[in-house]
Ligand binder design. Structure first.
Ligand code: SF4
Length: 399
């Protein structure tokens, strides 16, 4: 007997399209991607491209108007970067204006009596910064005829200038492709890649410098560096980062894993829980596949997915299929394993086994449920699918 609104499916598996060419490589590629630990996400050029685009798009509309951004000569960038070390932007602005009014060029700074320089610096603190600038200005006059040097090594050789400041000066003033890593970017990059290490270790610093370098666009490095620092100042704050307003939240590993309050730092408190879940590709006689809209209150609510058992541990695919059968009234039996996807959701490390399945004997597919549909595979491209649902859909078309 057939229930109203139910279509009988005699042997849907037989009618399912044969495995498309290239299926193996597509599956292998998916498995490869999924086994890459999230700290290596930055090796993926597509991830870098997305983050870069979103960050720069945000910076184009949200960048603060700051005096040193108007005419970013090497001298101006240098003065601002040194002043901004250990000091808030709001405090620096007045000092910056007074400093440049007193010493419009590096030659003027070199010629200034130290007392005058110190008087102007008074209140900014960390006076060694001012003394180093003074010494550097004199060196620029002596060695470079008063013209700010333009090679990285020459800039780095100046007193008080380290790798970060040299990179900032050359990238911002001359669009040279040098990364920066200071307090803000260290925090931002650590969170982007979900770095679990203590950032004061040499290994973590090496990783973060590598990330900072890899993120730079071919042109516009200075703009990118400023955008990353600005994100750290305005959004990705040390405490309570404003992830809801962050342009890169969808690609940020710390946000994805709920670790934004733990990173940067050695993450020791997070205990991961392994879970096995099972999903099913259920083909129908019409060469469609079954998809379900995920109900409110569940992970990825509102998106669509392949039938998947997510509510608690089950021993194997057969048990998951049975549980789904009870829940939806779809009696299915797993046939072959199609794909394994490893992914993380908050503290869960999930191994999703995707099986092909067929309805049992005279089983039926409901057609009267708005949240459960049998669709042609090519229609899935336009359906808002969960992340893993999208991977499964791609594996079916071999791309
Ligand atoms: S999503 Fe949150 S933690 Fe990640 S970069 Fe943005 S503000 Fe920082």
């Amino acid at each position: 007997m057939t229930r109203p609104g139910i279509s009988k499916v005699p042997d849907s598996t037989a009618a399912f399209p044969s495995e498309p060419p290239g299926r193996e490589s597509a599956r292998e590629e998916l498995i490869r991607q999924e086994t890459v630990h999230e700290e290596f996400v930055w090796h993926d050029p597509r991830w870098r491209g997305r983050v870069r685009r979103r960050l720069l798009g945000w910076f184009a509309t949200q960048a603060r108007s700051l005096p040193w951004r108007d005419h970013p000569t090497p001298y101006h960038v240098w003065v601002s970067e040194i002043m901004l070390q250990q000091t808030q932007v709001a405090t620096v602005i007045d000092y910056y204006h007074r400093f440049l009014a007193a010493f419009p060029t590096v030659v003027d700074l070199a010629a200034a009596p130290e007392e005058r320089l110190m008087r102007l610096w008074e209140g900014l603190g960390y006076y060694r910064r001012a003394r180093s600038m003074h010494a550097a200005a004199k060196l620029i006059v002596e060695r470079h005829d008063g013209v700010f040097p333009t090679t990285f090594d020459q800039v780095l050789a100046l007193p008080g200038i380290g790798r970060y400041t040299a990179g900032a000066i050359l990238s911002i003033s001359a669009d040279r492709r040098y990364p920066v890593l200071e307090g803000n970017t260290q925090r931002v990059y650590s969170r982007w890649i979900g770095l679990r290490q203590d950032v004061t270790t040499a290994a973590a610093k090496t990783t973060l410098w590598d990330v900072a370098g890899a993120m730079l666009p071919r042109t516009g490095s200075g703009r990118f560096n400023q955008a990353a620092m600005e994100l750290g100042s305005l959004v990705c704050k040390p405490k309570e980062p404003l992830c809801h307003a962050c342009p890169v939240r969808n690609d940020c590993q710390a946000h994805r894993l709920g670790l934004q309050d733990e990173i940067p730092g050695k993450v020791t408190r997070v205990e991961y829980e392994s879970r096995n879940e099972f999903g099913f590709i259920v083909p129908t006689r019409e060469r469609n596949v079954l998809v379900q809209q995920i109900p409110a209150g569940q992970r990825w609510a509102g998106l669509w997915d392949f039938p998947r058992w997510t509510e608690g541990d089950v021993a194997d695919a057969a048990a998951a299929a049975k549980s789904l059968s009870h829940q939806w009234g779809i009696a299915i039996r797993p046939t072959e394993k199609w794909l394994t996807i490893k992914h993380a959701v908050t503290r869960y490390r999930i191994t999703l086994e995707v099986h092909r399945a067929k309805p049992i004997d005279a089983a039926t597919i409901p057609t009267d449920q708005p949240h459960l549909q049998a669709l042609p595979i090519d229609r899935l491209a336009n359906l808002p699918l969960s992340t893993t649902g999208r991977k499964i859909a791609r594996s079916l078309v071999g791309k």
